[in-house]
Design a protein around this ligand. Sequence first.
Ligand code: PLP
Length: 426
Amino acid sequence: MSLKMDKSKELFEEAKKYLVGGVNSPVRYFKPYPFFVKKAKDCYLYDVDGNCYIDYCLAYGPMVLGHANEKIVEAVKKQLELGSAYGCPTEKEIILAKEVVKRVPCAEMVRFVNSGTEATMSAIRLARGVTGRKKIIKFDGAYHGAHDYVLVKSGSGALTHGHPNSPGIPEETTKNTILVPFNDEDAVKRAINENKDEIACVIVEPVMGNVGCILPKEGYLKFLREIAEENDILLIFDEVITGFRLAKGGAQEYFDVVPDIATLGKILGGGFPIGAIVGKREIMENFSPLGAIYQAGTFNGNPISITAGIATLEQLDDKFYKETSRTAKILADALRELADKYNIKAKVYNIASMFQIYFNDKDVVNYEIAKQSDVNKFMKYFWGLLERGVFVPPSQFECCFTSIKHDDEVIDKTINAMEDVFRSLE
Ligand code: PLP
């Protein structure tokens, strides 16, 4: 390894004594050890050995305004002086909820929670409670967080580390989770026919961002909307990644398909922990205290996260969407050209600020095909980039993101690094 990572190695050895695997989330581990971060600013991460990386992981999505955004820092500092948790409602929760309702088409009401995991867990409970049905449809390779209902054939770190079905989850819990391949209409029709009047919801990542970047086929999300409606099934869009990213109103605005419920997270908290369940009023009002479906949290609507969320949404203007989409497209186009030039079998996908390359000659339309990609080559590509000062998520089964701070100079540097790496991949 040409990178100097002595201090990171030392810290990793120490971390392993106290933290399982040396990390607090499996996606952060890669062989032989990850770099340890000292600070971050704009589109850069700085590690403890003095290396600086252009960051396309962006904390797995949230940091779309770049790290340590001045307006967020200022707002959070002020809020810190006023207290960080009250266990009582605040005016700021209303301000952020109003912003969410204004932007997100399906959102008539909001419940703030602390993570995407909590959001999907509660959204599924809500769907089950409202319909009185137990079964849910989930897509192979989709990741909806680390809770029991959905950790089957899961993407992200579960897949990266070879455990898409986690032990410790009783089969009684997941027997009601029906798995279907993404982008396959017949599979959904079959699942619904075989489980007539038993399915509470279909939960879908409108763009699959946890097995790389898999786009929905033309009309697929509309098909899901229609078939759900015909069968009194609730449609949940898990927009933890796509929310506020594909458009101001997320994937539902971008694709013009309005779900019954959506889950949000990541960008919404401006780099602080958050999640949200949003949906139509008549559905949302089933949550306690109005309804009987229990949902609660000591830190729900935490004033620090809410403050950061307000300061974030304020900055997501038209220019933000134009620029982050433009730079991600330049990178995706460059990757395609480089693959062609150096005769490397690859497929590259991009939408708005999301992009990913698969070392695969088939069109990647679902989990099974994504899994056939050359993951060893991907890790060579990852290390090649890292050694040249570019950090992409360390797995074929994650997605890259651009932020507003990735300007043309940064993009050019990245493409030069990519070309250098492709030369060595031949
Ligand atoms: N849903 C999707 C689509 C995600 O990408 C993630 C996390 O990556 C989650 C849910 C879980 O969110 P969190 O990690 O905040 O619990």
